[in-house]
Design a protein around this ligand. Structure first.
Ligand code: SF4
Length: 279
């Protein structure tokens, strides 16, 4: 899908809709201003009705922009900032306000995901602050690498951080994502020190992240923090494969099957044996 961003609805049925080039017309100066002020952000879409991206039923804002290149990424169209719809903070807030009463009734809230939402940290904080003013529960789904962009005060605007820990071994992490995991683990420790609520996510990819050693190390680390309320073990799937093809990217996992029920249960039980709630 491409064209005039004004004609593209912000709402999507799911983040698996392919969206590209929707912010191409925005000048470099306006992009820089947007990133510095947060007065405008770039969004793949808003989706509604999620029950997996935080407690209760969630509205999810999917941001564009990510500096990682995970081999299993389901949404590579969100890597590029300019693939997103340019949305003023007022428009995003207005969109969110439509759901405020429903979200309260369903004990849900608003989750910002991506992409990596903290690539647009000023916009993220402005949107979370608006949500909090409306009494909406807020969650950030993040790879954690840019957590240092947020002040301690800004962290207070985020009720829950859903932290993706993708791999324990630093070298394997670089191979999987292209980046170091040190800042991710530092952010997790900082959230723990400040007593912020956290969920941990691990995408289980056969042959890449599902080995018992990787899961054990992540489980021990998560358990040591003391603030991890829940762990989501997410089975790898192929719903994003078509995006890699459409974007002419080199997808190396085309033949990888989702993990078996037994492997997912083994990983979940590894987290449970460290005293964590794993679903
Ligand atoms: S951090 Fe998330 S959005 Fe970025 S490449 Fe990895 S899976 Fe994709």
């Amino acid at each position: 899908m491409s064209g005039n961003p004004q004609l593209v609805p912000l709402e999507a049925k799911s983040p698996f809709e392919l969206r590209v080039h929707l912010g191409k017309g925005v000048s470099d100066t306006d992009v820089r201003t947007a990133l510095a002020t947060g007065d405008m952000g770039f969004l793949h879409s808003f989706t509604t009705g999620s029950t997996v991206d935080g407690p209760g039923v969630r509205v999810v804002g999917w941001t564009t922009g990510c500096h990682w290149r995970c081999q299993y990424c389901h949404n590579p169209d969100t890597w590029t900032l300019s693939n997103g719809i340019p949305v003023t903070i007022d428009r995003a807030t207005e969109e969110l306000s439509k759901y405020r009463h429903g979200l309260k009734i369903m004990s849900g809230g608003f989750t910002l995901s991506g992409g990596e939402p903290l690539m647009q940290d000023r916009f993220a904080i402005k949107l979370f602050t608006s949500a909090k003013k409306m009494g909406i529960h807020t969650a950030l789904d993040t790879n954690g690498s840019l957590g240092s962009r947020l002040s301690d005060g800004e962290l207070e605007q985020i009720d829950l951080v859903i932290l993706d820990i993708k791999m324990w071994d630093p070298q394997r992490h670089r191979q999987l994502t292209g980046m170091d995991n040190g800042p991710v683990l530092d952010f997790a420790r900082r959230l723990a020190e400040r007593g912020r609520s956290m969920w941990v996510r691990l995408v289980l990819v056969p042959g890449l992240t599902d080995d018992a050693e990787n899961v054990t190390q992540i489980a021990k680390f998560a358990a040591s923090l003391g603030n991890v309320e829940r762990v989501d073990v997410l089975p790898f799937h192929q719903m994003g494969r078509f995006k890699w093809k459409e974007l002419k990217l080199n997808y190396t996992l085309g033949d990888v099957e989702p993990p078996s029920v037994e492997i997912v249960e083994r990983a979940s039980s590894q987290f449970r044996s460290e005293g964590l709630k794993a679903v």
